[in-house]
Design a binder for this molecule. Structure first.
Ligand code: MLT
Length: 428
């Protein structure tokens, strides 16, 4: 049994109730310090303490949101039915851990929650856990999940349909969601995002084997230290297709994911059956953009990734999404807060150094769809249109009322244009 010698105030989790003045929900990471008495004889955080910390993090999230008495008030008690934990890295006394919480399935009386633990200051996921809860009343019978709790944790989170797989390729372990049967569709997220960018859209693409990885350094994938390159990301993905026994895939990349798709074209063209370039550009960074990347890299090295969400959100999504879609804002914040500093710095270096793909456009020679958001503030519509015009036979689609992140801002419309394109592809 862990001892509770330290004053309680020192031991408790710290949460930020506001981020740059904006009230935030459960997607703000919750941090705690590991104490020596949480650890085993070898100095590792022990399994029982880990479970306790997961539970503490849930209480801290409630305290920061609807209140620790939310369940008591509603007469419902969340009973854990099942827990699956992956311990990925050892943790030692004195380290600060950061917990992120997300509801991955919301039923009438039950819900699933994923908790991910990282070091607060360094790279890598140290553990990830999936919990199944059933809400029960005082008589022990199932009762509905309290609306305010579900709402706070993201009631509209789409149902998780897959368990996240892990594959080690090129010396780095990548997290990937694989769902469905049929021809392969590889969806590549942008920056500073992760595979959950595609969740709402993938649920509309039945009949396809949807392969949705976290790029190295992002989301739940490992984040090795050092510079990353677009070639590295592309080689990772080709190796991931090998690991999944996939010969060719339709490749869809959003923004930085599009830069990776261009590199896949250069290096692994035979693996690509068709291409979707979404909210992306072919041109390389100019000197101003390179200087901005350098400044951001320095800031992440100095301050961590906490500032990214607030700084980038206004540019990532359209003002109308910001005003009317709190769940989208929450989701983007969660993605932006979720990656390790090494991964973010690596991605910035890869984008800074990427090669101009202008010359590639005329040589693509594959069925291609270019998708733009009508309100994209990062890639002007005219630039996306010019890129589409430079690709022989490219299909062009504009998603209305969406900014740079069309799959989360307008998943239904985005799913529709993707499906129409995919269904019209020649059979292989
Ligand atoms: C992205 O969404 O992936 C980034 O905004 C791309 C970039 O910064 O060039």
């Amino acid at each position: 049994m862990p001892r509770f010698d330290a004053p309680r105030s020192e031991r408790k989790f710290s949460t930020s109730a506001t981020l740059a003045g904006v009230p935030v929900a459960a997607d703000v990471p919750i941090e705690c310090t590991v104490y020596p008495d949480d650890c085993d004889a070898f100095g590792h955080l022990n399994q029982a303490s880990f479970l306790r910390l997961f539970e503490r993090a849930r209480w801290a999230a409630l305290a920061a949101g609807p209140g620790m008495d939310a369940f008591e008030r509603s007469g419902a008690w969340p009973a854990v039915r099942k827990t699956t934990i992956e311990y990925l890295q050892p943790v030692f006394p004195g380290e600060r851990l950061r917990f992120a919480l997300e509801i991955t399935r919301l039923g009438h009386t039950s819900f699933d929650m994923r908790q991910t633990v990282r070091r607060a200051t360094a790279e890598g996921v140290v553990a990830a856990a999936d919990f199944v809860f059933v809400c029960v009343g005082t008589d022990g019978r199932p009762v509905p999940v309290p609306a305010e709790v579900a709402g706070y944790f993201g009631a509209r989170s789409p149902r998780a349909t897959t368990a996240t797989q892990r594959h080690t390729v090129q010396g780095v372990t990548l997290a990937v969601d694989v769902s469905g049967d049929g021809p392969a569709l590889l969806l590549v997220h942008g920056f500073p995002l992760d595979r959950t960018l595609w969740r709402s859209v993938t649920s509309t693409l039945t009949g396809w084997r949807r392969i949705v990885p976290d790029l190295r350094g992002m989301g739940l994938s490992e984040a090795p230290d050092g510079d990353y390159t677009m070639a590295m990301y592309a080689d990772d993905l080709a190796a991931l297709l090998d690991a999944l026994h996939v010969e060719t895939a339709v490749v869809c990349g959003l923004s930085m994911g599009g830069y990776v798709a261009f590199e896949l074209l250069r290096r692994h063209r035979d693996r690509i059956r068709a291409l979707v370039l979404m909210n992306t550009r072919a041109t390389a960074d100019g000197s101003d953009a390179r200087a901005r990347r350098e400044a951001m890299m320095a800031r992440v090295r100095r301050d961590g990734t906490g500032f990214l969400a607030e700084e980038m959100l206004p540019k990532l999504i359209a003002p109308v999404s910001h005003e009317t879609m709190p769940e989208v804002v929450r989701h983007v914040r969660m993605m932006a807060a979720g990656s390790a500093p090494h991964g973010i710095v690596g991605a910035l270096a890869a984008m800074r150094d990427r090669t101009d793909a202008g010359d590639l456009l005329a040589t693509i020679g594959l069925p291609t769809l270019v998708v733009a958001g009508s309100e994209d503030q990062l890639i002007p519509l005219a630039e996306a249109r010019a890129m589409s015009d430079a690709i022989r036979g490219a299909h062009w689609a504009v998603i209305p009322a969406a900014g740079h992140l069309v799959p989360v801002e307008q998943p239904v419309a985005t799913g529709r244009v993707l499906r129409e394109f995919l269904e019209a592809l020649p059979q292989t």
